[in-house]
Design a protein around this ligand. Structure first.
Ligand code: FES
Ligand SMILES: [Fe+2]
Length: 438
């Protein structure tokens, strides 16, 4: 559990809040490149850490992200026109480039130099891996971008799925690192003999109460969940990571095989934009893995221009996520919900917009959640107290990690025994088919 005070501390990310100030130290995934498909494309309303922006692509194809209120008298630049290297406000025609420089002030006398004194608030922007990244912080020169191994994948194999979760950002983060739910929410309906002998899924179905090791890492926390590997001499380890401030690497496939990450970016304190980046060719085909088919369960609606209109799902708490009670009763599905991402989203949103953590009862299966909260709180307090630079901000290489499953001899050191796999330098000597589906 967390006290009500600590729960507020970790959940609130608006301007001026301790967690909000911490998150503004990092580069943030803001929107998909495909949301601004071409030069001079229509502006998009963008909500990030409770602040309102407009994003546009200028005539050179470069992205600009600006505070949505025009610095003149506050009309929304969303209603402006993207033209000839900038965005022109609809109200009095002031025009700004992507850096916030005022290029034109046509309602002032020609001899006025007022336009040299006014700037629009513009964020620093990078575009990488099909994602547009923004820096909201105070540094004159932004920190380096985190170096995810995903960025090194061939660009035609970089896939990013975005979807909105209608609750606080920490709930889905904690869902990602809470591995024991997998044996229930996602595969609780399966008997062990439904899975091939020796497969990771079989090990999970034979023992749904794994034990844990958890550690702090340079950029966050990691866990190793372990259980017997179907014999007396080996142990199946499922290893995954949390990386500051809101990234996870979920343990899909063989340890080290996937270049992927998940970002749970606060739009505000009760809405989260998820970016799930993965390398398509490396994914093991399975009806249980998070693949394109299982994303169909989210039923993402066409984007609208509403502040909350991006990557919203038709299935939500208002229609009980279309739960199929017959399937649930017949145990053809544990949850009655369609697909892994929808199952995860539904559980997070069902907690309420911000879950009341003082009411929780955490058990030994929640060790990783507990460790990660402690790590975040320690970091946010140190940052608030004396401006300590948070982990990972100046350490891009700390983001080059891999997750997944592996089988080790009983008693082997799980960290030493997996270092080269976690660093993506080698793969375990195991048939990848054994990792199918988990
Ligand atoms: S409010 Fe934008 S130009 Fe006047
Ligand atoms: Fe899950």
């Amino acid at each position: 559990m967390l006290s009500a005070e600590d729960n507020e501390l970790v959940c609130r990310t608006g301007p001026g809040t301790p967690m909000g100030k911490l998150m503004r130290e990092y580069w943030l995934p803001a929107l998909l490149s495909s949301e601004l498909p071409e030069a001079d494309s229509t502006p998009v309303r963008l909500l990030l850490l409770g602040e309102r922006f407009v994003a546009f692509r200028d005539s050179n194809g470069e992205v600009g992200i600006m505070a949505h209120n025009c610095p003149h008298r506050g009309a929304s630049l969303f209603f402006g026109r993207v033209e000839d290297g900038g965005l022109r406000c609809g109200y009095h025609g002031w025009k700004f480039d992507r850096a916030g420089t005022c290029l034109d002030m046509p309602n002032e006398p020609a001899e006025s130099n007022f336009k040299n004194k006014v700037r629009a608030r513009a964020l620093r922007v990078e575009e990488r891996g099909g994602i547009i990244w923004a820096y909201l912080g105070d540094r004159e020169t932004p920190p380096p971008m985190p170096h995810f191994d995903f960025f090194d994948a061939p660009s035609d194999e970089q896939q990013v799925v975005a979807y909105q979760v209608e609750c606080n950002w920490l709930q889905p983060v904690e869902g990602d690192i809470d591995t024991s739910h997998f044996g229930f929410l996602h595969v609780g309906h399966l008997d062990p003999d439904a899975a091939p002998e020796g497969s990771f899924l079989r090990h999970m179905l034979e023992d749904r109460a794994p034990r844990y090791r958890v550690i702090d890492t340079p950029s966050g926390t990691s866990y190793g969940a372990y259980r017997p590997a179907g014999n007396d001499s080996e142990t199946y380890w499922r290893i995954a990571h949390f990386l500051m401030p809101f990234y996870t690497m979920i343990p899909v496939g063989l340890l080290g095989s996937a270049r992927s990450f998940v970002a749970r970016v606060p739009m505000d304190d009760t809405h989260t934009m998820v970016f799930l980046a993965h390398e398509s060719a490396k994914r093991v085909n399975s009806d249980l893995a998070i693949d394109d088919d299982s994303f169909a369960g989210l039923k993402t609606l066409p984007n609208t221009t509403d502040w909350y209109g991006r990557f919203k799902s038709a299935r939500n708490i208002g229609n009980d996520f279309d739960i199929d009670r017959d399937a649930q009763k017949a145990r053809t599905s544990w949850s009655g919900l369609q697909g892994v991402p929808l199952e995860d989203r539904a559980m997070c949103e069902s907690m309420g917009e911000i879950v009341e953590r003082p009411n929780e009862h955490l058990g030994s299966a929640d060790l990783m959640v507990i460790r990660t909260r402690r790590r975040i709180m320690k970091v946010v307090r140190a940052h608030e107290k004396d401006g300590t630079v948070p982990p990972g901000v100046d350490d891009p290489e700390a983001y080059r990690q891999r997750s997944g499953g592996v089988v080790l001899p009983n008693g082997a050191d799980w960290l030493e025994g997996t270092k080269e796999f976690r660093e993506g330098r080698a793969l375990p000597d195991l048939d990848p088919a054994l990792s199918a589906g988990v």
